[in-house]
Design a protein around this ligand. Structure first.
Ligand code: 4NP
Length: 150
């Protein structure tokens, strides 16, 4: 799960998937990263932590890191939140196969649209709630697709 800062959207997607993987005892590995280096080592944004906790999804233990070329080797799927993340990540791909691993998370919810998860960083509490709801539905759709394909 990749966004810009790795303190709002991608840790939220990471935490939701972690919770669902545990609840459903799925054999999946998830992590998140940011394309930028601004927040390396930091916990998620407090507004995202509080919104997540209110919905029963802990994310306070996650720490930001920067996306690395090695992630193409370690993961089968690299899911981005918006077009700028997409371009930043694809630029680091060394092969066509690596590039093909990158997709928009919301394509699992709204196939073929390349829709973005809006960045809530400069937004209101309502924006954080909306991001939670979107990511909750998108991670359900992702798990449904993965578990029905394999
Ligand atoms: P995120 O949100 O990409 O969802 O983690 C942001 C967090 C920080 C900044 C931008 C977006 N920032 O500019 O510091």
């Amino acid at each position: 799960m990749v966004c810009l800062g790795n303190i709002c959207r991608s840790p939220m997607a990471d935490g939701l998937l972690l919770r669902k993987i545990n609840e459903q005892q799925l054999d999946l590995k998830v992590d998140s990263a940011g394309t930028a280096n601004y927040h390396i080592g930091k916990a998620p944004d407090l507004r995202m932590i509080k919104t997540a906790a209110a919905h029963g999804t802990p994310i306070d233990f996650l720490r930001a890191r920067q996306f690395d070329k090695q992630d193409f080797k370690n993961y089968d799927l690299i899911l981005v939140m918006d077009e700028s993340n997409y371009n930043d990540v694809v630029r680091l791909a060394s092969t066509e196969e690596e590039k093909q691993k990158v997709d928009y998370l919301l394509n699992y919810l709204q196939p073929g649209t390349n829709a973005k998860v809006p960045d809530p960083y400069y937004g209101t509490q309502q924006d954080f709630e909306a991001v939670y709801d979107l990511l909750d539905r998108a991670t359900d759709a992702l798990i449904h697709k993965i578990t029905h394909e394999h």
